[in-house]
Design a binder for this molecule. Sequence first.
Ligand code: OSB
Ligand code: MG
Length: 388
Amino acid sequence: MKAITIQAIELHTVLLPYLTPFETSFGAETDKVAVLVELTTAAGAVGWGECSIELWPGYGQETAETARHVLSEFMAPALMGETIGDPREIRPLLRRFRGNHHARAGLEAAVWDAFATTNDMRLTDCFAQYAPAGQASEGRATVGVSIGIQPSLDATVDVVRQRLAQGYGRVKLKIKRGWDVEVARAVRAAFPDILLMLDANSDYGPADAEHLAQLDEFDLLMIEQPLAHDDIYQHGLLQKRLKTRVCLDESVKSASDLRIALQVGALGILNLKPARVGGFSECLEIYCICVEHDLPLWIGGMLETGVGRAANLAFAALPAVNLPSDISATDRYFAADISEPPFILSADSTLAVPDGAGIGVEVQRDRLEEAKRRWEENYPYGKVAPRK
Ligand code: OSB
Ligand code: MG
């Protein structure tokens, strides 16, 4: 493999309106905010990465401004001029800076893209090289759709019907306290045979175990992250009381967290989000643990722009990612994405990895400038993220 030398790193904060607002237990967001990392090598290759963040430090603890600060002042300078023969070398170079996983993941993703592009290979094949032997990329990933909290049960059933008609073979519903058993009952009654799951984004506590056990009757694929974002132990106790498998999202921020979660029986499935665990090198380590323990695995998303989604898709095409991932088609998120070509859903609920080298999508300069302007015009947050 050809090494790369990192010569320049530019950050672009973008704001891109969603087609429809996305509501979770944290509240509703109308726009995607992201810090995009553009990395240029000494040989002139360009790599792109996305820091997956949101307007509120709700799901993750970072914002556009913290990511930009940490990247521009610390992490990007630490990589400048470095020659890298294996993208996993980024981890030791950044080890003296702690946390800030979403920022770190975006920077690391740009290195992975530049490295794969320089070696004229798809990012998905590049990942496969560092996976356990014999694990070739499948070139496509089975995906599902994540549906935010809707104004009524009827509206929820309608949205699910639309998504199924578009071809999604797995539906995830966001739930919160007071919006759970009845929504599961209504959707299950309308669609008895679909692959259905729920995501609570940490809205419940240990005292809700009996309440959550009512969900067992709906034959759910899993319940994602019912308890606190920083808890592992209580999820272990909860899993013992539920028939439904618990899937951890927020609680697993590293390979080390996953080992603890397995030890205490806190999960039956893992949602692996590259941003949450600080990048694809950590993802590869976690992937190996899942293979070793036969743990069902899928790739989570944060409504990324095409840049972040392309990289997540490249990882989701690895063979041990064996449940549908939260990577939907472009038209589920945006009227016009930042990159081309768009991701289009196939009839079998899969997305194909693009053919090109690296992430395989091209950032469109005019849309990038437009989305940067939209961020500038709406900052400070007031116009897009009300404080209450
Ligand atoms: O909990 O999985 C989550 C989006 C933002 C933050 C957290 C989550 C989500 C989603 C969206 O569920 C999944 C997607 O990208 O389509
Ligand atoms: Mg989740």
